[in-house]
Design a protein around this ligand. Structure first.
Ligand SMILES: [Zn+2]
Length: 313
């Protein structure tokens, strides 16, 4: 391996921007469904803004971890400093693995040294184009991806965490160099590892395509779009979307036992205004899997769904 010190970040990158996926990821970040924290690194400690995560070099040409710790003292549960080694043969919080510093094959050695020194989740930084090789070297060495954290450098498409951009998934991404320092976006595994006391329980997973079998055309009424579906277990759901504001998913009580493999005759009909006045705004119907019953559900505006089961002749 090389001992020529490089600074994290100056890595030529392939541009594979899928802006749609990237935007979807950012939306998730902004909606709070993905927990993230911003990290700064620089060869000049005083160039970095205040924040929760700062990185500094413990060896190489730019040794500055002592200054980083002085300027940004770590506080349990709220801020941390991460030491960077520019060689895989030293223990530190993070190995800056890039051309000039080392190769993917050096990562297992670094990991063992860091673990022995007490770093529970040693961090590997590498160009996004190296992620596959780094993970492969770790797997070959018997080190699972759950036992380390990976920051991929991928510039040019804005703040994101690799995985939805065309590069393999990472735990964090260094996404820009603002001139005097670099910025990384670190994801939920970092938040859990760096700030364990601050990690709230994960929110319940929203239904995914595949879990939720959509049976109705979206219908728009009263400023919201609705559709009805059944999940993989045959339970009925009502989904209500107010574009740009909220999405809610409500179980339709009694809509159970439907056969997702055999599309039922299913409909969603926003009723007219006179019906809305009477309280019946949405309705849906479906045949049960055994073909013996028809379930009809109605939802008074703002109220819970109620269902009626009718035996078929
Ligand atoms: Zn990326």
């Amino acid at each position: 391996m090389s001992f020529v010190p490089m600074r994290a970040g100056h890595v030529p990158q392939l541009a594979i921007p899928d802006r749609v996926l990237w935007q979807a990821h950012l939306d998730a970040v902004q909606a709070g469904t993905v927990q993230t924290v911003t990290a700064y690194d620089s060869v000049n400690a005083s160039a970095m803004p205040a924040g929760k995560v700062h990185m500094g070099y413990m060896n190489g040409r730019y040794q500055n971890i002592a200054q980083v710790e002085q300027l940004f003292p770590p506080k349990a549960g709220s801020s941390v400093d991460i030491s960077i080694t520019v060689t895989g043969s030293a223990a530190a919080g993070m190995f800056d693995c890039e051309t000039g510093n080392g190769v993917p094959g050096d990562c297992p050695t670094f990991w063992r040294l860091a673990r022995n020194a007490g770093f529970e989740y040693p961090i590997i930084y590498c160009p996004a184009s190296w992620t596959t090789a780094v993970r492969s070297a770790m797997t070959t060495a018997g080190i699972a991806s759950t036992q380390y954290l990976l920051i991929a450098a991928h510039y040019g498409i804005g703040a994101h965490i690799c995985g939805s951009c065309g590069y393999p998934e990472s735990d964090g991404t260094q996404w820009t160099d603002v001139g005097t320092y670099d910025i990384s976006l670190l994801g939920p595994r970092f938040v859990a590892a760096l700030f364990p006391a601050n990690t709230p329980p994960a929110p319940p997973a929203p239904p995914k395509v595949g879990d939720l079998m959509l049976c109705s055309q979206p219908q728009t009424t009263h400023g919201a779009t609705h559709f009805v579906g059944i999940d993989s277990k045959g339970n009925g759901f009502h989904v209500r979307v107010v574009t740009g504001k909220s999405t809610s998913v409500e179980a339709i009580k009694g809509f159970t036992g439907l056969d997702p493999a055999a599309p039922p005759s299913f409909g969603l009909q926003p009723l007219n205004e006179s019906d809305a006045t009477a309280g019946q705004v949405l309705s849906a119907g479906a045949m049960t899997a055994d073909g013996k019953s028809f379930i009809h559900a109605v939802c008074p505006w703002g109220g819970p769904w109620s269902t009626v089961t009718t035996a078929l002749p």
